[in-house]
Ligand binder design. Structure first.
Ligand SMILES: Cc1ncc(COP(=O)(O)O)c(C=O)c1O
Length: 349
């Protein structure tokens, strides 16, 4: 096994245990499948695609449609099968032999991709109210270079929303030797984007995904937005033809019919408020405010809460192994029926 680098052998697996349950609230997915009528349109597009031919080298038409939707230049869009791929690519681009900065806890893939590369890891702890440790982050950004900094906005897994001023301060103060990644996987639910920061900052990029608000987690599509010079360099790391024509057909169909996603986002935001309010009546659980499509909840015992919910047919995610999250579970906002079942079960525990 000596051909495999030690850093890779030492790295943990992605922390996920697949379990089945009638009500699945463990992966921050959309509770709704892609609409049947749109699946039919996507299948029709697939029928008219030549499957023997490679797709566009960089999913060019999809790039163009995404650029038009978000209001950014086409050459500043990089498309991949899931934004996870971009996290690894950014870690390779700027973390390899350099350093990776995030906070602890954070979306686990940031530190995993850094560990795979043997990057120096800098992970200051979040404050106890889950706000960003601004002094530590600023000191690190000023003291060490170069490297890559990952921040999920809204934060994962807490759902907390850093203020715009905090994000702007970090971006303005970071030297150009840091690649600053703002992971907007859940931005539709927070209704705040940071696109305006890309104009002035050639070292900043935004990650987004079709896995959440667009209800296409199973299709696998994510994208990066940055100034073209950064985008071109990230593109070099990716395999050519990395987005299949079948993914492109599904994603283009979604982009041509965005209303379904917009309506669901509005509904999810209302459901988030409803679940949050209902859980205030729980005698022992504490639910944290969230700007995303999930809640972090502190229970007395995460393993017990997880098991007791599972007995009632509801699958949630334990988060208690993260720094400062003892007792915590994370629960996606599902359909109103799923949320009712969850709230009812929770109030029985
Ligand atoms: C913060 C964050 N970023 C990125 C992703 C990955 O999304 P994708 O499905 O596009 O790979 C997730 C998935 O849960 C996430 O929570």
């Amino acid at each position: 096994m000596n051909g495999i680098r030690q850093a890779l052998r030492d790295a943990p697996d992605y922390p996920f245990v697949p379990l089945e349950a009638p009500i699945k609230l463990d992966q921050n997915e959309s509770g709704y499948d892609f609409p049947l009528s749109l699946k039919q349109i996507a299948l029709e597009k697939m029928l008219h695609t030549n499957w023997n031919r490679y797709p566009d080298i960089h999913a060019n038409t999809l790039q163009q449609k995404i650029a038009a939707r978000v209001g950014w230049v086409q050459h500043g869009v990089v498309v991949t099968p899931g934004s996870n791929v971009l996290i690894h690519a950014l870690a390779q681009a700027a973390g390899l032999g350099q350093r990776m900065l995030s906070v602890s806890p954070a979306f686990s893939l940031y530190s995993l991709s850094g560990k795979l590369l043997g990057a120096e890891m800098l992970e200051p702890a979040l404050n106890s109210d889950f706000s960003l440790p601004m002094d530590d982050l600023l000191a690190t950004l000023e003291q060490y270079t170069p490297g890559v900094c990952f921040l999920a906005v809204p934060h994962a897994p807490t759902g907390a929303m850093p203020s715009l001023e905090q994000i702007e301060t970090l971006v303005h103060r970071a030297s150009k030797d840091w690649v600053m990644v703002l992971d907007e996987a859940y931005f539709e639910y927070s209704q705040r984007s940071h696109l305006h920061l890309l104009e002035q900052h050639p070292n900043v990029c935004i990650l987004r995904t079709f896995s959440k608000a667009w209800g296409l987690g199973g299709v696998r599509l994510g994208y990066l937005l940055a100034q073209p010079e950064l985008a071109v360099n990230i593109q070099k790391i990716l395999s050519p033809f990395n987005v299949s024509s079948l993914i492109v057909a599904a994603a283009e169909t979604a982009l041509e019919h965005p209303n379904y996603a917009e309506t669901r986002v509005q509904e999810t935001i209302l459901e988030r408020q409803r679940v949050f309010a209902a859980l205030q009546n729980h005698p022992t659980w504490k639910v944290y405010p969230s700007a995303a499509n999930y809640h972090l909840i502190r229970t007395q015992d995460a393993k017990r809460a997880h098991a007791e919910l599972l007995e009632r047919g509801i699958l949630v995610r334990k988060q208690d192994s993260y720094l400062g999250l003892n007792g915590c579970i994370r629960v996606s906002i599902g359909t109103p029926e799923e949320n009712n079942a969850f709230v009812k079960a929770a109030l029985e525990l």
